[in-house]
Design a protein around this ligand. Structure first.
Ligand code: NAD
Length: 499
């Protein structure tokens, strides 16, 4: 029987895993950048170097696109059932290597090993949904004119460029290539700058699962590698999961080259509105879990980072919430017992710290957190406690801007119309939550909140096959549901003239 992993066994295994030569998957081979360019990825838990990985330049992006183009005609013409069978083998490989992939994420990202194991499972579930749903993507037979036939069919785009952010490296690397591949496209995946290890390792593991060139996995930064992919003149379909700023840059860069289908899953500053009749115990738990402290140290696009509490319940609620978040066990991300690790980088740590200082300067009250945990084990890493600000006003920067760290802003409300206006008063529109036992209030409020993915008496969770996407500056298009599969096809109409 296999022993359960411990901090020591995880450290040993990580040392073995990171010793490998880190390479990119291009055209079925593991390759370096042609000019030998590399960069170092470091552990956010102690600032130490973890590995050197290839830094793909324009020529490397070109090689990856050419490999994907060569593979495309055969992959497109492969029967759907066989493409699904390949994806199912991909799922099996992820399952077999779950602990190693989670370990690389824990080390590179700083999220707890246990939650990164859940990320591998989540990726497998999302891929399983994609396999099951693929056969539902169909054309139609339309009554366009008497005597003739009019049919539509769905065709792949060709080579798809897929760009992902740092916060769930393996989960995004694996699940976001499923829909384009199953629809018959080939893919060049650009992995996150800060957390390249699990996606590159995934590339190595699946080298023989996919025919050469069907999936290509390259590492590098946004400005060189990502930009070259976006601007590639033979890539019509680009998909980004990332920040609003990057989304806008990509839309502009793509438009400078040609007309492209660019789908965007971007940031959020998401409201959770609690009515006085809500189940308070559950809502406190929902507010804590909604911040995703345990999953990503608050570095999640869908985190409910603005908590609107009705004045009748405010004081009691915040005291309970304080107790709840202070119970979260902060520790070494490699330790299976850790519930919350560290943020991904010095840049992210400095950003969150600046916002904490700004909250205090602008007159908010720091109810808990606001500084790193004490102890020698935290001294060299980018650790922050779960931080809760009360007395936040809607015009403060901590209430308007995405911090992408463990910082929650609590706002007090009394008037229903006003709270909806305040909740909507940001550029984002990704998620929103409403907590009440009154179904009329729940639907009335959800209907008026400007967000693409909402919960009534819930937070944080995604559900298999249920579409996720943002309103306003939070994005374009939806993922995780059947719409994502459609989005990797283009519609061809065939008119059969019989009369
Ligand atoms: P980011 O926008 O800085 O980077 C995302 C990816 O884009 C990276 O791979 C990066 O190298 C690449 N990139 C950056 N500039 C580029 C350019 N000019 N051209 C091409 N590619 C470029 O985001 P991040 O810091 O990695 O992740 C955090 C952001 O992602 C947050 O805003 C978060 O809300 C968002 N996010 C959104 C979702 C969602 O589903 N809506 C999910 C996770 C994260």
């Amino acid at each position: 029987m296999q022993q359960a992993p411990t901090l020591d066994s995880n450290r040993r295994r990580l040392a073995e895993l990171t010793r490998r030569p880190w390479r990119m998957l291009v055209g079925g081979a593991m390759v370096d950048a042609r000019g030998g360019e590399r960069y170092t990825t470091t552990s956010p838990a102690d600032g130490q170097p973890l590995a050197e990985v290839p830094f793909a330049q324009k020529a490397d992006v070109e090689a990856a696109v050419q490999a994907a183009e060569r593979a495309y005609p055969t992959w497109r013409d492969t029967p759907l059932s066989q493409r699904v069978a390949v994806l199912r083998r991909f799922i099996a490989v992820l399952e077999q290597n779950e602990a190693d992939l989670a370990l690389l994420d824990a080390a590179d990202l700083g999220s707890p090993f246990s939650s990164m194991r859940s990320d591998v499972h989540l990726a497998c579930e999302l891929l399983d949904y994609i396999c099951n749903a693929a056969g539902e993507v169909k054309g139609q037979n339309l009554p366009g004119s008497g005597g003739n036939w009019h049919i539509t069919k769905r065709e792949p785009y060709g080579v798809v460029g897929r760009i992902i952010p740092f916060n769930h490296p393996l989960m995004f690397a694996a699940s976001k290539i499923g829909a384009p591949l199953v629809m018959g496209n080939t893919v060049v995946l650009k992995v996150p700058d800060q957390t390249p290890l699990s996606p590159l390792y995934m590339g190595e593991l699946i080298r023989e699962v996919f025919p050469p060139g069907v999936i290509n996995v390259i590492s590098g930064d946004g400005r060189t590698t990502g930009d070259a992919l976006v601007r590639h003149p033979r890539i019509k379909r680009i998909a980004l999961t990332g920040s609003v700023e990057t989304g806008r840059l990509i839309q502009r860069a793509a438009a400078e080259v040609m007309v492209k289908h660019v789908s965007l899953e971007l940031g959020g500053k998401n409201p959770m509105v609690v009515f006085p009749d809500a189940d308070i115990d559950k809502a406190v738990e929902g507010a804590a879990r909604g911040m995703n402290f345990h999953w990503s140290q608050g570095q999640s696009c869908g985190s409910t980072t603005r908590l609107f509490l009705h004045e009748d319940i405010h004081d009691d609620f915040v005291q309970r919430l304080k107790k709840r978040v202070e119970r979260i066990v902060i520790g070494n991300p490699l330790d299976p017992a850790t519930e919350m690790g560290c943020v991904v980088s010095k840049a992210q740590y400095d950003k969150a710290s600046r916002y904490i200082a700004l909250g205090l300067e602008q007159g908010a009250t720091c109810l808990t957190g606001g500084r790193p945990p004490e102890g020698a084990e935290f001294a060299q890493g980018y650790f922050l406690r779960p931080t809760v600000f009360t007395a936040v006003r809607n015009d403060m920067r901590i209430a308007k801007e995405e911090i992408f760290g463990p910082v929650l802003s609590v706002l007090k409300w009394s008037d229903e119309d006003a709270v909806v206006r305040e909740a909507n008063h940001v550029e984002y529109g990704l998620t929103a939550a409403v907590w009440t036992r009154d179904i009329h209030k729940a639907f009335r409020t959800i209907d008026r909140l400007e967000a693409g993915f909402t919960w009534i008496n819930g937070s944080s969770s995604h559900f298999k096959g249920v579409p996720f996407g943002g309103y306003k500056n939070s994005g374009v298009d939806n993922e995780e549901g059947i719409e994502e599969l459609y989005s990797y096809t283009q519609l061809k109409t065939v008119n059969i003239i019989l009369s």
